[in-house]
Design a protein around this ligand. Sequence first.
Ligand code: NAD
Ligand code: IPM
Ligand code: MN
Length: 332
Amino acid sequence: MTRRVVCLPGDGIGPEVAAEAVRVLSALPIEVELEQHLLGGAAIDAVGDPLPPDTLAACREADAVLLGAVGGAKWDGGGPRPEAGLIDLRKALDVYANLRPAVGDGIDLLIVRELVGGLYYGARGTREDGTVFDTCEYTPDQVERVARRAFELARRRSGRLLSVDKANVLETSRLWRRVTTGLATDYPDVELRHGLVDSVAMQLVTDPGSFDVLVTENTFGDILSDIAAAVTGGLGLASSASLGDANPGIFEPVHGSAPDIAGTGAANPTAMLRSVALLLDHGLGEPALARSLEAAVAAALEAAPTPDLGGTATTSELGSAVLDALAQGVAA
Ligand code: NAD
Ligand code: IPM
Ligand code: MN
């Protein structure tokens, strides 16, 4: 059975790391039909729209979507923004649960970030007096579905779930806490705790090894996942899976288009290749291949580290090392 993967390379280092993902996917022993489409700044330049209709249509038809990164100073001028393409794509595919694992020395945690609600999608505007506002809104159902996903993931890991909010200040956080607390009776095997986002951020820096599964709203999850990436070796390593119920998932690194290193060959493709592993696992139902790829990436990181890890390998040299490790059946 041939599976369809839509690849959206995007901008900056997006196409550079996506090229390695395509090489690796093509080398794996599965039939994958890969289609590339425009998203973000590249799509604005080509057709004036960060999420062109044919890109969205292709994503809807796919088994999984693989995304590089979007954005860059070139599109800061007040016209359409590349990031809007990604935000609209997530909403269109209703990928409400964004799984952001962070694994490193003594650290193995998973942030479950709500992805299609909150500040990113609430009412916004400018009043006559010049006040500008963004609104954080959540319905109970929006909280419930992502929290259930997190409880189920926690059940399959250590049985501990930390819900992160700002319930000492925000109404949406008090809703978040009520809903998650109410669900706990459905998951008696999971120990639910609550934490305030500021102190959780601090503990992620001082004691990251103490965490297992965290669930939180969109903006908090965006920020906490960059911290979790930093304490496990940097953004070059951090992958994610954006999942819904019926539509294909989007598999995307946590990092952005890294304009400061784009075009230099210094981009670490690991975040993207680990996102391919998540795609194999959650998107195509190929967990054994996902484990092989993860092991090959781990071996390649030893053999050919990129500059962000203190090495000298280029993006494609690390990609080649992954292909070598796969060929040698590192994980077979
Ligand atoms: P960034 O994540 O692009 O870069 C932050 C720092 O991390 C930079 O120093 C960069 O060089 C480094 N870095 C990131 N990925 C790396 C990799 N694979 N290998 C080595 N180093 C890496 O964040 P930013 O600079 O704040 O944002 C740049 C643009 O990316 C902005 O337009 C932003 O909106 C966009 N962005 C897009 C996504 C996405 O498409 N999913 C995510 C985050 C940011
Ligand atoms: C991420 C990015 C995006 C987000 C931006 C580019 C819209 O920072 O995936 O973490 O904030 O969700
Ligand atoms: Mn982010």
